[in-house]
Ligand binder design. Sequence first.
Ligand code: HEM
Length: 521
Amino acid sequence: MNLCWLTESVMELLLPILLGFLACLVGGLYLLGVFRQRRPGEPPLDKGLIPWLGHVLEFRRNTLKFLERMEKKHGDIFTVQLGGFYITFLQDPFSFGGFVKESRDKLDFRKVALHLVHRVFGYKAVEGERRIHEMSNNKHLKGEGLQELTQSFMSNLQNMMLHNIGSAAEDRTWKEDGLFRYSYNVVFRAGYLALFGNVPPKSEQSEEKAKEKDRAESEALFHEFRKYDQLFPRLAYGVLPPMEKLAAERLKTYFWDVLSILKMKTKDNISGWVWDIQQGKEEMGIDMSMINRNMFMLLSASQGNTGPSSFWLLLFLMKHPEAMKAVKEEVDKVLKESGQEVRPGGPMVNLTPEMLLKTPILDSAVEENLRLTAAPLLTRAVIKDMTFKMADGREYLLRKGDRIAIFPFSSVQHDPEIHPEPHSFKYDRFLNPDGTKKTDFYKAGKKVKYYTMPWGSGVSMCPGRFFATNELKQFVFLMLVYFELELKNPDEKIPEIDLSRYGFGTMQPVRDVQFRYKLRY
Ligand code: HEM
């Protein structure tokens, strides 16, 4: 009798614990994705062998190869498990319209972006702030605002590239540098100064001193930025080891301080783009420390891709003499028509926004360069259960809480049907025989609307694309009109790309390439 009572009491005590344990186990298995099955009407599901992680290791190792493998296995739409997320990849470019144009209440870009910017920049976005960005983007990264910014980039570029040219005999000797280091350094610093402002001169005589300070401060900033840049992909994936996590925290604090509102308000020539965003946020009552973090985001978005892109562009031109010849002839012609020339002791060449409109060959080379090296992953959160319609009429169910993504680098930019010999740099790929811009590209006999997407598309399309294009063109233009360039080893192969950066914009090389330059005249 007593024993029975004891057993009953123990059971009474244990049952809730057992049930709790069971619930945790089921919940845990659920989170690990063990119960997830493909439902009728959904795209093929591939969870991978490792619970919760799914395919994330292979995906991170080489996104391009992984997606090619999945496409071969499942076709042009499939869902894979990646670190706890279920992401549907859409590989059919004809169906991109449904991704790009779908309303925000079904497919939302913001949700994905907010998660990333919090992890990478420590920034928490505030309801209603997007309007401030949109207004500033429209006013300062297009039209007249863009012209002003382009002009400001030009004078800062001259300061970075040409400050030490004079009549010294040294100018006529070859200088050697790493092409990646040189291009990224110069374009980053000129872009940063154009957007975030210059050190103000204290008197007439000290203008040169102020320029010198601009060079020194921007050099220090670039140095720290490169450290952050190298941590970036692993920081974004949340896989930094503890020591590097500490280093990333230290770097974040450095940038929040250097780019802080207080420091910035001591500068001259702050761009309208940065100023309006900062003012708009102050007026909204957003905390100063958050605005400082936002400034770091703007620095990273605006400077993280343009420098690496300028490196690839110069390298491709140097490796392809026929392209170099065509671009050189074009820039020399535009310079001559503007009535300017490069001569010893003469005024610096000023490349105006009007001159930048007269370079179709360089435009095509820039576009081709981005096709080969810009590899963003475009992702949207699925906000509610929905049906996704493919261009050929197939329909697939997408689940609330999942994500959908496109990786145009593989699905269009390297598709041999759309771009024959997709791994080759063909400077005139985006030129019609009559010299106008080529926009007609075909797959299976049908015209492809999204034939290259270095800037993303739709709501999240890069607002800085016109400025970035101008920056690339200005940099190459000055390099070609002022300098003779050559690779230290003309037979050197184009370096492989660092695969860990797939998905984060412009790719970087695994190693630098040495080059030499000296004044042309
Ligand atoms: C070659 C240079 C550049 C490339 C390849 C590039 C590419 C991109 C891409 C692919 C995205 C969005 C991707 C997505 O949908 O998630 C983006 C976003 C952005 N870019 Fe750029 N970009 C470049 C230069 C610039 C410059 C110079 C600026 C500013 C002056 C800039 C400002 C931004 C901003 C603010 C965003 C975020 C937009 C948003 O939140 O909606 N970018 N960029």
